[in-house]
Design a protein around this ligand. Structure first.
Ligand SMILES: [Zn+2]
Length: 94
């Protein structure tokens, strides 16, 4: 079995390990439903990418699930519209 030749001090071990870490995932927000998504990828919640539908999200759902999902999307769109209006007003005030 290989045996280490010298003792590794806590300091040198720490210096080696300071570069070992997991970087947080960078997230963008979906333009349609404003959910956090990976950049340059289709939104899994609404199936849209660059204002175009690529996945029919509601297709495989049952009637009940469909209703709930449609409501969610509508609510988020309303919130987005309200939020956008508010921010524009705030900007004009400033
Ligand atoms: Zn979306």
């Amino acid at each position: 079995m290989a045996v280490p030749r010298h003792k590794h001090t806590r300091s040198s071990v720490g210096q080696r390990r300071m570069h070992i870490f997991i970087t947080p995932v960078s997230l963008a927000t979906c333009k349609k439903c404003s959910k956090p998504i990976r950049p340059h990828s289709i939104c899994k919640h609404c199936g849209y990418y660059k204002d175009k539908e690529f996945i029919n999200v509601l297709g495989k759902l049952t009637k009940k699930e469909k209703k709930i999902r449609e409501k969610e999307i509508k609510d988020t769109q309303k919130d987005q519209k309200l939020g956008g209006g508010m921010s524009m007003e705030e900007l004009s005030k400033k």
